[in-house]
Write a protein that binds this ligand. Structure first.
Ligand code: CA
Length: 748
């Protein structure tokens, strides 16, 4: 009966529709990729394709269609945020007037080089199209060194707005504007109100958050507008924003607690205005760097930035005379004016001056900037002749030192800074008025950016944030406890008890294994590794005793290592007050080994005693490609005693000349090294070997009858300080260069 009615009414409705709405568009709900492909084959202006709520796995969406300005074609979620795209998936679009919205790409990765691409082939690009209110969260290839782009913008007049991009964990730019054909130059794209959320340290080049252009197209103009975006803790590498084309504008963006800088690497006529860069004194937070002609940096607010050298708060580089476009163009008519710089450590002119970069800035202006600091009171460094920069009308606080050559361009004022009503550090109005800055207020709030349905508060799970679980003594009781644990849990072993592992104990989330103060429980293993940190894992051990007596009689055992597979989530390893003995059943028995394709935010060993090891304590030299890739950002050894160790206490390797990263950073303090590094088959013949470490501090330590400390200083200007050390019956420090600071080194 019902069917009959439908049948009778349908032709009438159709005729009605054709008469009244000759361009009738339709919205079609699709439930799978087959229905989607069917639906996109015949799209007309005004049509909508609606993806049904749910999980979409292993889907490649191709949208090649032409809408009109009045009647765009839309691809959207049934409910914004409820369409989850995962597995090996991506989306590409081409044509005109397309709008894509409401989708979430999560916990998968693209099988191609791009997750969202504004082209469906090299010939078919998208124009006048918009991607809005979408999320890409941890859509990261499992192999961290494999590069892909999350968003690649091609074509012209496209808009990318109100999107959330967080947790990119493998190599590759988060959002790239590509200029690789004429059809993508002078594009007038708008990138606005996006939330670029936390990005972990990559430990290699290729961790930029936003790049516009490439060095191949350095002379092309892009004309891209980047405004009101919020960059939150994007720490991938030293370029947060890499500008590599001309006539782009960066206005009103906020960069919050992010390591790195906005760098005008290539291209001319770029404007950087009214951006707020807030470092809160976090390490390696940088500002704005000028290279090339006709760049303008004005009315920016820079606060609490600690970055040095190229990563200073404000930097104007030297260029290469008659530079090829992909090297360093001389700064010509660079303008830095009306900027406020608070509590930031470095402002550098003629930076990068060397035998090649000899072209000093010319016809440039540094005017009406307000620079106040209670930290480094000598922030200005003149790396070369800066007579080509006119300094005038700048204000600094009374305590600050200005180099005499430029001092006529600066006046002294009192340091009058306090938190204003918006919670920002602000000089008193009388000072900001003098440099014509206006009100100090974020140009965009975090909550006004990103997809409106997606949370921004992400806090990584801390050690000891979970339950305390008592682990009874015995065989594999620790393994069972690990398998049943939750992230952040604390496994408490019993004082003086014995624990045996007959299987590999795998760590899949942050976990603490510890005992209370008193007799340390002893852990032995019958496998080549005691503990393996897998992707997502992090390990803290405290008050334990690891003994190698039951380990198999093979070469190359270890107590702890990272996964045999690449790990795209950074881990950490914290070792406190432990005892390690008898790692000598065979050769090359190490305490810890980092495998290739893994990266530690930090590794630390405190107050521990390690004796009788046939290998090394920390093997961090497995990234051997010489491409600037390395294994650990921060390494700390404090208060330890190492005795009878055949290999190195630590061997850290960062090879190659790449300058994109900050680390590795190493601190060695209050340690004793006794008979270390003298194994006959030990290759480096060093007690500690540091290659390409960028910040190294070794102090208050004693060597007895040990192999020498060995340094290979490379890359930029590594900071190396060795002080208050005694070397008894130990060879002199070996180094490829004398460019390190040594104070109070005693050989006996
Ligand atoms: Ca880079």
């Amino acid at each position: 009966m019902l069917k009959n009615i439908k049948f009778r009414f349908y032709p009438i409705a159709l005729i009605f529709a054709l008469v009244v709405f000759p361009q009738l568009s339709y919205a079609q709900l699709v439930n799978n990729i087959q229905q989607y492909n069917q639906a996109v084959s015949s799209l007309k202006p005004g049509d909508q394709i609606i993806l049904a709520n749910g999980i979409w796995k292993d889907v490649e969406f191709v949208l090649d269609a032409k809408g009109t300005k009045q009647q765009p074609i839309q691809l959207k979620a049934q409910t914004p945020g409820k369409v989850i795209i995962t597995g090996q998936s991506n989306l590409s679009l081409s044509g005109e007037h397309l709008i894509i919205s409401g989708l979430v790409f999560k916990d998968g990765y693209t099988p191609t080089g791009e997750v969202i691409s504004f082209k469906t082939s090299d010939e078919k690009l998208a124009n006048h199209s918009r991607v809005t209110n979408i999320v890409i969260d941890n859509f990261s290839h499992p192999q961290r060194n494999l590069a892909d782009l999350w968003v690649a913008m091609y074509g012209k007049h496209n808009q990318f707005d109100h999107n959330t991009l967080i947790n990119k964990r493998n190599r590759g730019v988060t959002l790239a504007v590509r200029l690789n054909s004429k059809a993508s130059e002078n594009n007038h794209h708008i990138i606005e109100y996006n939330y670029f959320g936390p990005r972990q340290i990559l430990g290699a080049n290729g961790g930029e958050t936003l790049r516009i252009g490439t060095s191949h197209f350095a002379t092309a103009n892009s004309n891209t507008l980047v405004r009101y975006n919020f960059f939150d803790r994007v720490n991938g590498e030293h370029e947060i924003i890499s500008n590599k084309s001309g006539r782009n504008e960066y206005r009103g963006n906020v960069i919050f607690e992010s390591q790195g800088t906005l760098t005008m690497r290539h291209g001319m006529h770029t404007l950087v205005e009214n951006n707020y860069i807030i470092g809160n004194r976090k390490p390696n937070t940088g500002g704005i760097r000028i290279i090339n002609e006709y760049q303008t940096v004005k009315n920016n607010y820079l606060s609490g930035l600690t970055g040095h050298r190229f990563r200073g708060a404000l930097v104007i580089m030297n260029g290469v005379p008659n530079s090829s476009p992909n090297r360093y163009n001389q700064a010509v008519e660079a303008v830095m004016q009306n900027n406020i710089v608070l509590d930031s450590d470095y402002i550098n002119f003629g930076a990068g001056s060397d035998a090649e970069r000899t072209a000093t800035p010319i016809d440039s202006l540094f005017k009406n900037n307000l620079i106040l600091s209670q930290y480094n009171l000598t922030p200005f460094t003149l790396y070369d002749d800066v007579s080509g920069i006119h300094f005038t009308g700048n204000l600094v606080n009374n305590e600050m030192m200005v180099p005499e050559k430029i001092s006529s361009g600066f006046k002294k004022v009192g340091y009058k800074v306090s938190k204003n009503q918006y919670g920002l550090n602000a000089p008193i109005d009388a000072l900001t008025d003098k440099v014509g800055f206006g009100e100090i207020k974020l140009p965009v709030e975090k909550n006004a950016t990103g997809a409106n349905f997606y949370l921004k508060e992400l806090s990584p799970i801390q050690f000891q944030s979970g339950q305390k679980i008592t682990v009874p003594a015995g065989t594999n009781t620790l393994l069972t406890a690990l398998e049943n644990s939750q992230p952040g849990d604390v496994l408490v072993l019993q004082n003086g008890a014995e624990y045996l592992l007959t299987k590999l104990a795998k760590i899949h989330h942050p976990i603490t294994i510890m005992a209370n103060k008193g007799y340390k429980p002893v852990i032995r293993s019958q496998k080549p590794s005691f503990l393996v940190i897998e992707n997502g894992g992090a390990l803290e051990v405290e008050n334990l005793w690891f003994d190698g007596a039951q380990s198999p009689d093979y070469k190359g055992n270890n107590v702890i290592r990272t996964s045999a597979n690449s790990m795209n989530i950074n881990y950490s390893l914290s070792v406190k007050n432990i005892k390690v003995t008898n790692l000598d059943v065979n050769g090359y028995f190490d305490f810890f080994k980092a495998t290739t394709g893994t990266f530690a935010d930090f590794i630390e060993i405190f107050d521990s005693e390690m004796t009788n090891i046939s290998g090394s304590v920390l093997i961090l030299n497995k990234e051997t490609d010489d491409l600037g890739v390395y294994s650990v950002e921060n390494l700390t050894l404090t208060g330890n005693k190492f005795t009878d160790i055949k290999g190195e206490i630590a061997t850290v390797y960062r090879g190659g000349q790449d300058e994109s990263t900050f680390g590795p950073m190493v601190k060695v303090k209050h340690n004793r090294f006794i008979n270390v590094g003298k194994g006959s088959t030990h290759r480096s013949q060093a007690s500690l070997y540091f290659h390409g470490v960028q910040q190294l501090e070794i102090s208050d330590s004693v060597w007895h009858n040990s192999a020498p400390l060995s340094l290979y200083l490379t890359n930029g200007e590594p900071i190396t300080l060795i002080k208050n050390v005694v070397m008894k019956n130990t060879g002199e420090i070996q180094a490829n260069s004398q460019a390190y600071q040594a104070e109070n080194i005693t050989y006996q």
